[in-house]
Ligand binder design. Structure first.
Ligand SMILES: CC/C=C\C/C=C\CCCC/C=C/C(=O)SCCNC(=O)CCNC(=O)[C@H](O)C(C)(C)COP(=O)(O)OP(=O)(O)OC[C@H]1O[C@@H](n2cnc3c(N)ncnc32)[C@H](O)[C@@H]1OP(=O)(O)O
Length: 287
């Protein structure tokens, strides 16, 4: 984060917390594929992804999540908990249909919106946590690891499985993973495309706690936010943003090249072939 960005972030935060210390605001859901419910007492917003069956991250869902994050920030919420309306899938990651035989204009818009959603979530000044109430591969894992804290239900899986699909996780996916896991564990898991069970994820630190139900997971996320009760929100947010500034700045600087690399990679005939085979294998499962 450069000096100008830092000053602007500081100004935003001062405006937000300066005069509103004791007020609680209600956030409104902006999208059709998400809902946002605010606990009026705690001021914590629960952002629920609701694109069933698997919360595949298509352009519209990403837009809704992005707009919700902006609204939650703007409405001075005290925390953001990301979760899913499905009882078995947090998010299946990027909707592969967006990348398979794509319309090129939409493909550009899709990737740019993913970049912006990540910048907004990873760099959010509001405390963030994920209540991971289902499987969370690839882009689902990216969303969860972009948050500051993770509580997961048992018997699901989470990880960056891109190498198993013949694709490469972009640098900022990897940086997000490395912000959570020891570097050695992250490198092994990334190269293997490893999906961790909930129990394994807890053991390596990919998630912070397990919970037996979604309600319990949300409660544990709220308890995490309560650990900031005696901290100054401005100092807290600036510390988080400075801690993450290298990763954020890198994507800000390389956004155009990252988009170009994505477009080039996705349009390779061998990648298209691989995506088609993978989609068929997913569909064959349900027959
Ligand atoms: C130098 C490099 C520069 C740039 C890099 C370039 C490019 C690439 C980077 C891209 C990074 C990619 C990130 C991703 O997120 S890719 C997506 C990865 N996701 C997965 O592999 C998950 C696949 N899904 C599953 O494993 C299971 O669906 C899941 C989540 C465990 C749930 O299982 P279940 O409840 O049994 O549900 P089904 O499998 O029956 O699925 C129901 C239905 O949904 C369809 N579906 C599932 N996942 C996806 C998906 N990700 N995209 C699109 N569609 C999906 C599935 O086919 C079923 O469809 P149907 O029509 O049969 O009902």
């Amino acid at each position: 984060m450069n000096r100008a960005m830092m000053m602007s972030a500081a100004k935003n935060l001062l405006t937000r917390y300066g005069s509103t210390k004791n007020n609680i605001y209600r956030c409104m859901s902006t999208g059709k594929l998400t809902t946002v419910d605010v606990n009026e007492k705690s001021g914590v917003a629960v952002l629920t992804m609701n694109r069933l069956p698997v919360n595949g991250l298509n352009l519209e869902l990403l837009r809704d999540i992005r707009n919700d994050i902006d609204e939650i920030e703007g409405n001075k919420c005290r925390g953001l908990i990301l979760t899913s309306a499905s009882s078995s899938v947090f998010s299946a990651g990027l909707d592969i249909m967006e990348m398979y035989k794509p319309n090129q204009d939409r493909l550009k818009e899709f990737w740019t919106t993913l970049q912006d959603t990540w910048l907004a979530l990873y760099g959010s000044s509001v405390p963030t946590a994920a209540a991971i109430n289902g499987h969370s591969p690839a882009g689902g894992c990216l969303l969860a690891t972009s948050c500051e804290y993770r509580v997961m239900l048992p018997k699901f899986t989470i990880g960056l499985n891109e190498t198993k699909l013949g694709i490469v996780a972009p640098k900022w996916f990897m940086a997000t993973f490395c912000n959570v896991l020891p570097r050695r564990v992250a490198e092994m898991a990334l190269t293997q495309g490893k999906m961790f069970s909930s129990e394994e994820a807890l053991k390596v630190g990919l998630v912070d706690e397990l919970a037996q139900s979604k309600e319990e997971a949300i409660e544990k996320c709220q308890q995490f936010f309560a650990t900031f009760a005696k901290t100054n929100p401005f100092a807290r947010a600036m510390t988080k943003q400075q801690f993450r500034s290298k990763d954020l700045q890198q994507l800000e600087d390389e956004k155009a090249q990252d988009l170009e690399a994505f477009l080039f990679f996705v349009n390779q005939p061998s990648v298209q072939k691989g995506l088609g085979i993978y989609l068929d294998s997913l569909k064959a499962k349900t027959k």
